[in-house]
Design a protein around this ligand. Sequence first.
Ligand code: ZN
Length: 168
Amino acid sequence: MGAGKGLKNLTYITLSSGVGGGVIVDCTLLIGKDGNAAEIGHMVIDLEGRLTCNCGGRGHWEAYCSGSGIPKLAKYLVKSRLDHFRGTLVEDLAERGELTPKPLFELARRGDKGALKIIEEVSRLNAIGFANVDTFYDPELITIGGSIALNNPELVLKPIAANMGGTR
Ligand SMILES: [Zn+2]
């Protein structure tokens, strides 16, 4: 069905309130003992474990690039690189925990440098996740869904492809 019709190896990634996945390898849907075989959002993508995930783990993809993670990443970046953001709208929103994906991407579309800086980090981290998924499951196609990806293809999907360019 859909974009993966006829393929034997297909991976789905959703960038939404969480980061999730669905994986078919050799025509078999991967499930695992507890149904978590494709819980890709909980892979470690940050060696330094700067942020804690909703699951309690540190450095997980979902903690940085999901709808719930992006505000936490924005707050962290603003605090740790204050000079870049001092006196900006992004600083104000991030410190209040209100730099959710919607205002962040709206600001970026208007060319706000602070917002673009945060999205650059999201893109870098997304590319690590996508590259790992590509390596783990060897899919013929990766399909992508979720509001963050679908609402912001220019700012989310294009940079992932660009950042992954060197891996193939
Ligand atoms: Zn997690």
